[in-house]
Design a protein around this ligand. Structure first.
Ligand SMILES: NC(=O)c1ccc[n+]([C@@H]2O[C@H](COP(=O)([O-])OP(=O)(O)OC[C@H]3O[C@@H](n4cnc5c(N)ncnc54)[C@H](OP(=O)(O)O)[C@@H]3O)[C@@H](O)[C@H]2O)c1
Length: 310
């Protein structure tokens, strides 16, 4: 019977244990720190784990991340260099993110911040409405989440742009890549959505210089990682009129400290890292199916390229 170390923090452990047991009754789950004999652990499932939980597991065969992003695992020195690290790729996670991106893009596209302010003032004042085809929505990252969000936005008729590391050709999306492509795309982005992995190359990519390349009055939606945004740069850009609003789901420090100035800024919408939550039921079936592949000699799927960092 394969044994899995469960070292996911800030999640409902009982719900996960039940979901994993339902997905594969033959999988034994040991919740950290009650791991029993470390030599019996075959697989580890981690999220926001303290550093060192993977130390001293001589027969560990693979590590699974509860999240699509894996920077939290790669920063842990106890992750053995030779082991496969598997990230979460789940269609329900993708559809949740698509919902979130579409919701916030439509919110800005249809002038909701202004109408909400007008309601507070008791003001009846219709605004002219830009056609979706004239609204340029740019997505940073054209992977699982970015490409699906871009496709959904094309369904509303938006002028959709996307940026990736390697060149892409996606029907209906104006594709850019590399550093030059980034600058060219930002200059045309009325609404900018960040769905990049957090790597050495993308850390701090949303900063005063790059965000100043956006057309005046643009909106920012960051649903990727807090480390993408240089937080000190945002409020001056909003107050100076370069940006009209920002939706932030992720922060450098989570939970967002109670005295952080983002909480009270009228142009910032804060969410508690809930744009796309990993669902125990669907994700457990994906993980146990991957373990079954591994145990029957087939390769694991969704293995992270450690050199790229995602
Ligand atoms: N807020 C939430 O609730 C939540 C939930 C899930 C995930 N996330 C975040 O979303 C991120 C993206 O997830 P995913 O599954 O879509 O990842 P993915 O499938 O690995 O896609 C990553 C995309 O980013 C591009 N990229 C990476 N490094 C780049 C660089 N230096 N320059 C330009 N493009 C670069 C990749 O380009 P190539 O295609 O050329 O490789 C790819 O298109 C995760 O890493 C995680 O941080 C947030």
């Amino acid at each position: 019977m394969p044994v899995m170390l469960f070292a996911c923090f800030h999640v409902d452990t009982q719900a996960w244990k039940a979901a994993l047991a339902a997905a594969d009754p033959g999988l034994e789950i040991r919740v950290w720190p009650d791991i029993g004999d470390p030599a019996e652990i075959d697989y580890a499932f981690v999220w926001k784990q303290p550093k060192g939980v993977l130390d001293g597991l001589p027969n560990l065969k693979a590590v699974f991340s509860l999240g699509a992003g894996v920077e939290h695992v790669l920063l842990d020195d106890s992750l053995p260099a030779h082991l496969p690290l598997v990230r979460m790729v789940d269609p329900t996670l993708v559809s949740s993110m698509v919902e979130f991106v579409v919701m916030r893009v439509l919110h800005y596209h249809r002038h909701m911040p202004t109408y909400e302010q007008q309601q507070r003032e008791g003001l009846w004042k219709p605004l002219s409405q830009t056609l979706a085809s004239d609204r340029r929505v740019a997505i940073l990252g054209l992977g699982e989440l970015g490409a699906a969000s871009a496709r959904a936005l094309t369904g509303f008729g938006f002028d959709v742009l996307g940026w990736s590391r390697t060149a892409k050709d996606i029907a209906g999306i104006r594709c850019f890549h590399g550093p030059d492509g980034l600058e060219a795309m930002l200059a045309q982005a009325d609404i900018l959505v960040c769905l990049l992995p957090l790597t050495d190359q993308t850390r701090g990519i949303l900063n005063r210089r790059t965000l100043s390349l956006l057309p005046a009055g643009a909106f920012l939606i960051n649903a990727a990682r807090g480390g993408h945004l240089v937080e000190d740069d945002l409020i001056p850009l909003l107050d100076g009129g370069r940006l009209a609003g920002a939706t932030l789901d992720v922060f450098a420090t989570e939970p967002l400290p109670t005295d952080h100035p983002f909480w009270t800024h009228s142009a910032i919408t804060i969410l508690p890292h809930t744009a796309a939550l990993t669902h125990p039921g669907t994700a457990s079936r994906i993980i146990t199916a991957n373990i079954a592949r591994h145990r029957t000699g087939k390769g694991l799927v969704n293995v992270v390229d450690r050199a790229k960092g995602y």
